[in-house]
Design a protein around this ligand. Structure first.
Ligand code: ADP
Length: 501
């Protein structure tokens, strides 16, 4: 049971509020229902007693006492079989329910007359002795068949001396039935009220929590990286108002921190460019020295390689930092993706040959997108560079361009080392390397190649994704919106050849 409970997440605030409210309301409803029921019961009991008292007084008017003899007349004679004396045989057995229950006793407590049903009652002695001592008696007694009866007893007196006791009973079956009906009604109506209140409180909780939900939605947008977003601050000066304004203050200070950090990276990269260019040109100059010992020449070659790598890293960093600052200007023009891919592939042919990798291009004609040509070349080059770098001798790389009604698709497929599933979600992160040990030694990349691809593709309102199987190869797929039809018009005419550096 316990492990199951542990897996059940606690209900949301809306549900919790509803549950608590309903619980408290149910408790109050139960208490007030119980008190109402008890009050009604007491009232009905009291009215029954006063009814019995009135009836006893009416019957008493039909009983008179004359020189030691008790006589019946009027109302008393009309009671069923009441005139018969108690010893006389009754014609039939009568049920207590719905019967008239009256008994008359003399001053010694000996029964004189009674209605036929009265003989079924188990009457306590006190109901006779107490009235004879001057106080009326009332209480609940039982019939032999278990039915409850309310009994009222009072003495009849002449000149202050009791000469008889009159007892009158009323079966409680009907009263109990009425009370049961009331209880059932209370229960059903209480249930209905409780259901309505639960629904109402669920709705109210939803209303009260609506500003929080708005806040969550805005926070989710901010989580996607848009630090310029602010959550709406309600005008009422309540908890939500303070929460929203504190939240906005926090986002503003975060935005400022990120802005400063981006500025720093951009400035640092910019500043680093000049000395690195100087080192490179001086290394080139030193390498031109004719009498340079082979050992030094080797060292200078290594310095040149590392400086080139550093230069690439700095320009990649600068590109991303400017992109983050929204300072990069993208020159949008119709770009034929098939021609662009062909051109990039032809510059990489020599490298592929050198590495023993077969490079193929399959490009569907007329795949035109609106984009910045130089940046799109960078996308293809980065993907192709990776594909060639992570594919072994004898493998193959295919560049594929096709399009459907709305999108142009560019795919770079290789039969290389592939990427393990645990790395796949991270490879577009800056400086993320799936296999640092391997890439550190062989790589000439900056570790920012895929981040740059993702940035450029996103600015072009496209998407990039990867599918990979370790040991079998990877496929990087870029989808870009096709250019509107009017830009395709001159597609068949020869275009300026692409210059790729
Ligand atoms: P790098 O300069 O290290 O190549 P990238 O951002 O271009 O940086 O790539 C990030 C990581 O993704 C690489 O270090 C590599 O582990 C993995 N990767 C990228 N392309 C491929 C590929 N075609 N085959 C296998 N792994 C790849």
């Amino acid at each position: 049971m316990k492990p199951l409970l542990r897996h059940l997440s606690p209900p949301g605030i809306r549900m919790q509020l509803t549950l608590w409210y309903t619980l408290v309301f149910a408790f109050l409803l139960a208490i007030s229902g119980y008190l109402l029921y008890k009050h009604l019961e007491a009232k009905l009991d009291a009215s029954l007693d006063s009814n019995l008292q009135t009836q006893a007084q009416q019957i008493a008017k039909g009983i008179s006492y004359d020189h030691g003899t008790i006589r019946l007349h009027g109302v008393a004679r009309q009671l069923p079989d009441f005139t018969l004396s108690v010893e006389e045989e009754r014609s039939q057995h009568v049920d207590v329910a719905f019967s008239v229950l009256v008994r008359l006793l003399d001053s010694r407590g000996t029964p004189l007359h009674e209605t036929p049903a009265f003989e079924n009652l188990m009457v306590p002695e006190a109901s006779v002795t107490q009235p004879l001592q001057g106080a009326s008696w009332h209480g609940t007694i039982w019939a032999q068949d278990g039915q409850e009866v309310q009994l009222y007893s009072q003495a009849l007196s002449q000149n202050g001396k009791p000469y008889a006791v009159i007892q009158i009973g009323q079966p409680l079956g009907e009263l109990h039935h009425t009370l049961q009906n009331i209880a059932r009604e209370l229960f059903m109506q209480g249930g209905l009220i409780l259901l309505c209140s639960a629904l109402g409180s669920y709705w109210l909780a939803a209303r009260a929590l609506a500003p929080i939900q708005q806040l969550t939605r805005a926070a989710r947008d901010i989580k996607r990286g848009d630090l310029q977003q602010r959550v709406p601050v309600p005008r009422s000066t309540d908890e939500v108002h303070f929460l929203a304004s504190t939240f906005n203050e926090m986002i503003a200070s975060l935005e400022e921190i990120f802005r400063r950090q981006r500025r720093f990276v951009a400035d640092a990269s910019h500043e680093l460019r000049t000395p690195v260019t100087a080192i490179r040109s001086k290394t080139d100059l030193a390498l031109l020295q004719a009498d340079l010992p082979a050992e030094y020449a080797q060292m200078l070659q290594e310095i040149k390689g590392e400086t080139e790598r550093l230069g690439r890293l700095i320009s990649d960093l600068l590109a991303l930092a400017r992109g983050d600052e929204h300072q990069t200007h993208f020159e949008l023009e119709p770009v034929s993706l098939d021609r662009l891919v062909q051109a990039v592939a032809s510059t990489a042919e020599a490298l592929a040959l050198e590495r023993g990798i077969e490079l193929q291009v399959q490009a569907a004609q007329h795949t035109v997108v609106l984009g910045d040509e130089a940046r799109l070349i960078q996308v293809v080059m980065n993907l192709l560079d990776n594909a060639l770098r992570y594919t072994e001798v004898g493998g193959s790389v295919i560049l594929l361009v096709e399009h459907d009604e709305v999108l142009a698709h560019l795919m770079v497929k290789d039969t290389g080392s592939g990427i393990a599933p645990e790395h796949l979600p991270h490879i577009f992160e800056r400086f993320y390397r799936a296999d640092p040990a391997r890439t550190q030694t062989t790589s000439t990349g900056s570790g920012l190649g895929l981040s740059i691809v993702e940035w450029i593709v996103t600015v072009h309102k496209g998407t990039v994704k990867v599918e990979s199987q370790p040991g079998k190869g990877s496929t990087f797929s870029v989808a870009l919106p096709l250019a509107p039809a009017e830009f395709w018009a001159n597609e068949d005419e020869p275009q300026d050849s692409l210059h790729i550096s």
